[in-house]
Design a protein. Structure first.
Length: 376
């Protein structure tokens, strides 16, 4: 009789646990970035930011539509490749994720955006800066960082107005990001009276730039603008030093504005000539930047690069919009996402009707003793 009573109690406990589990709603959030290849350090940093937000949301506990919810991160690797990017986007659509944080690169985000639009899933990027992302007018595309027009124009204005430079050579890596930021720089540089003495291109896998740099050296420009990422910028700086181009300024967008570039430049003195731009403000000037960074470093020591505060905010934005909409159904919460007025770690985030961020800031940096240092 006693054994039967114990079994009955155990069965009741198991049933109650099962009922509680059944009432918990799992909400999947996708994240996409390159987790393999030369840009994997960016991708892992981005994933860390999104994962950190997921863990904090679950620790807080949230209820939506009367159900306790648990967020789950579905992380995918696009290897910075447009074809892999669209394949991964379709995979996330098939998995019925409620939203996607990503992608890292404009070249993967732009084609993936159509896939997300076709399946009705919103995505928020904190790093893809090409203005063309918003041209199709998808109501599923959102960006929480300044676009290339702002970054390129800011750098060109600094070159012409502050440094009084007269001539520049422009190099891009033929990606959507690299070409976009290079064109934005060129447009403003020309408008401000600078002369573009040479235009060259490479690709986002290259490591040897001696032929390009030799051609540029013969034109003797005051500066080089590079539209691309740090795996190319680091070797380029080393090779500029080898060619004696130690007085040539080197400009780049957020793709080169990392802590990693100091390692990739491997002690080249030309690192001191770098001026780069990021969307947003420095960590010290972000509303919650320094406190957030302390938490990040405790979880992921030595992994911080540049965009993880933005992927953290992007993940939090999804949860905030779902809470306000009282639904995790994209059809229901997308209108609330567009109405966001969210006090994030990076900024107060609100959107233009096209999904671009309202009033995005940009920051300029240089490298002092190998360390990234704010200019403004």
């Amino acid at each position: 009789m006693q054994l039967k009573l114990k079994l009955t109690v155990l069965a009741a406990i198991a049933a109650a646990a099962g009922a509680a589990s059944a009432q918990e709603q799992v909400i999947k959030i996708g994240h996409v970035a390159p987790l393999s290849g030369p840009q994997a350090h960016y991708g892992k940093d981005n994933e860390n930011g999104a994962r950190m937000a997921i863990e904090e949301l679950n620790a807080r506990g949230m209820t939506i539509a009367g159900k306790k919810v648990k967020f789950e991160l579905v992380a995918e690797d696009d290897a910075a490749d447009p074809k892999q990017g669209t394949a991964v986007a379709q995979k996330l659509c098939d998995a019925k994720v409620a939203g996607v944080v990503g992608h890292l690169n404009s070249g993967t985000t732009i084609p993936a955006a159509k896939v997300y639009n076709d399946c009705g899933i919103p995505h928020i990027t904190g790093s893809s800066t090409n203005p063309a992302l918003m041209k199709p007018g998808y109501n599923t595309s959102f960006r929480i960082i300044a676009n290339d027009n702002a970054l390129g124009a800011g750098l060109a204005s600094y070159a012409a107005d502050t440094l009084k430079l007269k001539t520049v050579a422009i190099v891009d890596d033929r990606t959507a990001y690299g070409q976009g930021v290079a064109q934005a720089f060129k447009k403003t540089a020309l408008a401000k009276g600078m002369k573009v003495v040479d235009e060259e291109f490479t690709n986002d896998k290259a490591t040897d730039f001696m032929a390009i740099l030799t051609a540029i050296k013969s034109k003797n420009p005051d500066a080089i603008f590079f539209g691309g990422m740090d795996p190319q910028a680091g070797p380029m700086l080393r090779q500029m030093e080898q060619l004696g181009m130690t007085k040539t300024k080197f400009f780049g967008g957020d793709g080169v504005c990392t802590t990693e570039i100091a390692k990739l430049a491997a002690g080249a003195k030309t690192l001191e000539n770098v001026v780069c731009a990021e969307g947003g403000t420095s960590l010290a000037k972000m509303p919650g930047g320094l406190a957030w960074k302390a938490r990040y470093d405790a979880k992921y020591p030595g992994q911080y690069q540049i965009y993880s505060p933005y992927t953290y905010d992007a993940t939090m934005l999804f949860a905030d919009a779902m809470k306000r909409a009282n639904s995790w159904d994209p059809k229901v919460y997308i209108p609330e996402l567009l109405k966001s007025n969210y006090k994030g770690v990076t900024a107060n985030i609100a959107f233009e009707p096209n999904g671009d961020m309202k009033n995005p800031a940009i920051s300029l940096y240089y490298y002092k003793d190998g360390k990234k240092t704010s200019l403004n």
